[in-house]
Design a protein. Structure first.
Length: 675
């Protein structure tokens, strides 16, 4: 038996003494001690006994024994062991009367004998828990004592702290059953029990990062205390959870991390907050709850007044109407490159990675927070173990991509890049511009935020580019190559999910896309962007006015976007001129010349497609003025002809396919002389 448990049992022994005394006091006055149906109905003798009155309760003659038990408890604490009951008394601010009520209520959960004894004392064999009347009788307190009854008020420590619950609200106050939650009972005897209401919400404790967030941690510690919630506004790549976990650890507290997105919609706000606070207090922990935007305001209000240190995390600006308590509002800092490097080194032991792996450099384009870095390292380690290899750059980037949520996929089409720079056939100056775009995207955090190169105006740290040129000149393929270079996925916005005929709906759809994209490490591609980023016009009617409002909104939203956005258009002149100022780069894709077309024919055919010896790609490159996309389509068509005939691709197959491409384009086919 542990020392703490012996202290609890010593206090329960005093409860047993009170019960024995009250039973002895009542037994001579029992009108029907041998009645098999006692407690199920009232006999005339029982009625007479009730009307004659009975003693109030047991006189308090146990002070000496209580002093002995408390002296033993003092000795335990002197030896460095604090009994759980004493810890609970201090944490919940219980009075001596509260403690006695709690012990009386918990007795049947620890010793089955008390069930039968309480049934006898309650004059009801079916009611085997303590009641307020029984507790007051055992403590020799009159039932009409207002101060004693107040200990059962919803604002008193026992009820407000969730240590006891009064059941059967329809019954008179004195005969309501007092129940001690299993979690409290388990704590008192030295263990812990799962909170059913929190079972699906509790997350693993975030990673504690002392040295990396020293300054921000000290700032948070200065304001973090029970009754004073803190709101951390986070952004992609921030260290909000790690910052909160570090502050709790420095205060000697554990972390109760809750995923509020999993909270049932119909949850009772007061009950949830009470359960959360009890769980945290029993474990000497602070509450870390996120994201606040996913819960009802009444739940948020209840959490802000919980009597434990509470850190709330979310992305929106704090709304004063969310709570009567004014929280301390802080912007969570973003991880710097050096902080990320330190975390990667801690998460990926050198023996688990290839010798040339620079994890921070490989993931420089990803905006990962502390938890995401830990999960990325775990995902990469699992993947490497499955493949029987060490973690390399490709595996690490795949692990980082796995941290992206699925929200953006519901609004766009996700493409896992499968092409590289070698697949692009473009002039050198265009390739240089595309490589520059990749450099901007990779180092935007350092240049824009770290060096402050884009101050004021509410502008984000995003990078935006416009690809112009005719269809098939390689705009979408180039976006995919850049995504591959950055190690992220490409998300192509489906205009069918964006454009809406109803006023204001298009902006809402785009806002959802931008919001989801901000939290996703990827390249956002608006194909055929002139459909939604078109020029503003003179206002002739209401539709023109709202169309102009729509474009103006898009101009502002593009400027505040924090990610990498690429717009493509066939007609540069169709885009509003104001976009030019907001775009970081404009890359024009011209029609390929003859040399480039020859490379395109060769690369589109590839090495796997069998070629007829008579195939002369230089003739095709010189005779047919086609873009890369058209050439690819022609090659695929010719490959089908060859596969159907069971032979290699011939010149005739390709020329026939080219004829079809010219027809699709609405252009005249080449003259017979060049066929």
């Amino acid at each position: 038996m542990t020392a703490g448990l012996s202290y609890l049992l010593g206090r329960l022994a005093l409860v047993e003494e009170r019960v024995r005394a009250l039973v002895a006091l009542r037994k001579p006055l029992d009108p029907a001690p041998n009645d098999a149906f006692r407690g199920l109905f009232l006999t005339p003798a029982a009625v007479e006994s009730l009307l004659a009155g009975r003693p109030v309760g047991v006189p308090d003659e146990l002070a000496g024994k209580l002093a002995e038990v408390e002296a033993a408890g003092d000795a335990m604490e002197a030896d460095g062991t604090t009994p759980r009951l004493r810890g609970l008394i201090r944490s919940f601010g219980l009075t001596d009367l509260d403690v006695e009520i709690l012990l009386i209520a918990v007795a049947p959960d620890l010793d089955a004998r008390f069930e039968q004894l309480y049934g006898y004392l309650n004059d009801d064999v079916s009611r085997r828990r303590a009641t307020p009347r029984l507790a007051l009788d055992l403590l020799a307190i009159p039932s009409a004592d207002a101060g004693a009854r107040a200990r059962f008020d919803i604002s008193a420590p026992l009820i407000a702290g969730g240590l006891i619950e009064l059941e059967d609200p329809a019954r008179p106050f004195l005969t309501r059953a007092i129940r001690v939650p299993d979690q409290v009972t388990a704590y008192l005897i030295g263990g812990y029990a799962t909170e059913p209401a929190l079972h699906d919400l509790v997350l693993p404790s975030p990673l504690v990062v002392y040295s990396e967030l020293e300054n921000s941690t000290e700032q948070l510690i200065r304001v973090l205390r029970p009754g004073q919630p803190v709101y951390l506004r986070e952004k992609p790549g921030s260290a909000a959870k790690g910052l909160a976990a570090t502050a709790f650890a420095k205060l000697g507290l554990g972390v109760l991390s809750l995923d509020l997105a999993r909270l049932p919609a119909d949850v009772d706000a007061v009950s949830f907050a009470r359960t959360t606070a009890r769980h945290a207090r029993l474990r000497s922990a602070g509450v870390l709850a996120a994201p606040v935007e996913s819960i009802r305001p009444d739940v948020l209000r209840a959490l802000t007044v919980a009597p434990v240190p509470v850190v709330l995390i979310g992305t929106p600006t704090w709304d004063p109407s969310w709570s009567a308590v004014v929280p301390a509002v802080l912007d969570a800092p973003s991880l710097t490159a050096s902080q990320s490097a330190t975390l990667w080194h801690a998460m990926l032991p050198p023996e688990s990675t290839t010798s040339d792996l620079d994890a921070a450099a490989e993931t420089a384009t990803f905006r990962l927070d502390v938890d995401q870095i830990a999960r990325t390292a775990e995902a990469a380690g699992t993947r490497a173990a499955l493949d029987g290899v060490l973690v390399n750059g490709e595996i690490l980037r795949a692990g980082a991509r796995s941290q992206n949520g699925a929200g953006l996929e519901r609004l766009s089409r996700r493409i896992i890049p499968a092409v590289s720079w070698e697949d692009l056939v473009l002039p050198d100056d265009q390739l240089d511009r595309l490589r520059e775009l990749a450099i901007r995207a990779r180092h935007r955090e350092q240049v824009i935020r770290g060096w402050g190169m884009r101050p004021g105006g509410g502008r984000g740290a995003g990078v935006s580019a416009l690809f112009t040129g005719e269809s098939g000149t390689g705009k979408t393929l180039s976006a995919e190559v850049i995504a591959r270079e950055l190690g992220v996925d490409l998300y192509v916005v489906d205009l069918a999910t964006v454009i809406d005929k109803y006023i204001g709906e298009t902006e809402k759809n785009l806002e959802r896309i931008f919001t989801e994209a901000t939290g996703v490490n990827g390249v956002l591609l608006f194909d055929e962007a002139d459909a939604i980023f078109g020029k503003r016009s003179d206002v002739q009617d209401a539709r023109d006015r709202y169309a102009n409002v729509e474009v103006a909104y898009l101009l502002q939203r593009m400027e505040s976007f924090d990610g990498l956005a690429i717009l493509t258009t066939n007609l540069r002149a169709n885009l509003d001129d104001a976009f030019s100022r907001r775009l970081d780069m404009v890359v024009h894709f011209a029609q390929p010349d003859e040399d480039q077309r020859l490379l395109l024919w060769d690369r589109c055919l590839g090495n796997a497609v069998p070629r007829d010896p008579s195939l002369d790609l230089s003739v095709l490159a010189g005779a047919f003025d086609l873009a890369g996309g058209d050439i690819r389509s022609a090659v695929v068509t010719a490959a089908y002809y060859a596969a159907a005939a069971g032979r290699a691709v011939t010149m005739a197959d390709l020329i026939t396919a080219v004829d079809h491409e010219y027809t699709k384009l609405g252009r005249l086919p080449p003259s017979p002389g060049v066929r």
